[in-house]
Design a protein around this ligand. Structure first.
Ligand SMILES: O=C(O)c1cc(C(=O)O)c2c(n1)C(=O)C(=O)c1cc(C(=O)O)[nH]c1-2
Length: 250
């Protein structure tokens, strides 16, 4: 099928097994549906956090365990970077590593997370020693890094699209922590404040790449599955944290 300019109208091409390529709008909608159904904003541990029900020990356990995710994100991004096939693509991605690792002038997200640790009463030494990190948190985060290393780069990029949904969750979290957990030193909020500008920039780039480079129904399906996998990674972390720091029943 040819459009006016002679370009092939991908939207109308029918593929085998009756599949057709989703339009960009349909594809974006499918990705967003995954977030609405499976993102960790609805996990019971977050629900309890948002209701002000977590004890100091539970907040500390969450911060200490999530450190393992924070320190692994730039490793995951370096794995993706190493699989990107052009310098134009690598230029789009490299800033993420600096956001987390920092440079001499800019300390970066991992440092800000350690400051959050101090704000909730954890020494940076104990956070860095990973004393409280439970096996299933390690296991799920390592699965994310492994996914980024071994899957086609566009699937790894798609798996980062949970960041489409993180700004709403993080802005809610900032308000909740300030209002319901006043014992947390406000200096600890810098990490979350920074993510409110970084996450939309990251997800804009990732979504642009996914929409451009997923050119067949199979590519699109795999991107949706990659995002579902990543939702599971985030959910599994909270399951593990909840198991180690059980919620009180009402
Ligand atoms: O606090 C959160 O709920 C949350 C969620 C996510 C996410 O949705 O993947 C990220 C972050 N935080 C985050 O801080 C972060 O740096 C980050 C990087 C990525 C990624 O996949 O590349 N996700 C997230």
């Amino acid at each position: 099928m040819l459009e006016q300019g002679g370009a092939v109208s991908q939207e109308k091409i029918l593929y085998k097994k009756g599949e057709r390529l989703w339009t960009k709008e349909e594809f974006t909608e499918r990705l967003k549906e995954v977030g609405h159904s499976f993102y960790h904003d609805k996990h019971p541990f977050h629900t309890a956090m948002h209701q002000g029900k977590l004890s100091r020990e539970q907040i500390r356990g969450w911060v200490a365990n999530r450190y393992y995710y924070q320190k692994s994100v730039p490793i995951k991004d370096a794995a993706i970077l190493s699989n990107l096939p052009s310098r134009e693509l690598r230029r789009e991605w490299i800033g993420r590593i600096i956001d987390h690792d920092g440079t001499q002038a800019e300390e970066g997200g991992i440092e800000a997370w350690l400051q959050l640790g101090e704000a909730v009463g954890l020494s940076r030494e104990e956070v860095v020693r990973e004393d409280r990190v439970v096996p299933s948190v390690r296991f799920s985060v390592d699965a994310y890094v492994h996914f980024a290393r071994t899957k086609p780069w566009i699937e790894a990029v798609a798996s980062s699209l949970t960041e489409l949904f993180s700004p709403d969750l993080i802005s809610k979290r900032i308000k909740v922590l300030e209002r319901l957990y006043p014992w947390i030193d406000s200096a600890g909020m810098d990490y979350f404040q920074n993510r409110l500008t970084q996450a939309p920039q990251d997800s804009d780039i990732a979504l642009k790449l996914v929409l451009i480079y997923c050119q067949t129904p199979e590519d699109q399906r795999r991107a949706v599955e990659a995002l579902r996998f990543k939702c599971d990674v985030l959910w599994a972390q909270l399951d593990a944290i909840e198991k180690a720091y059980p919620l009180k029943s009402d």
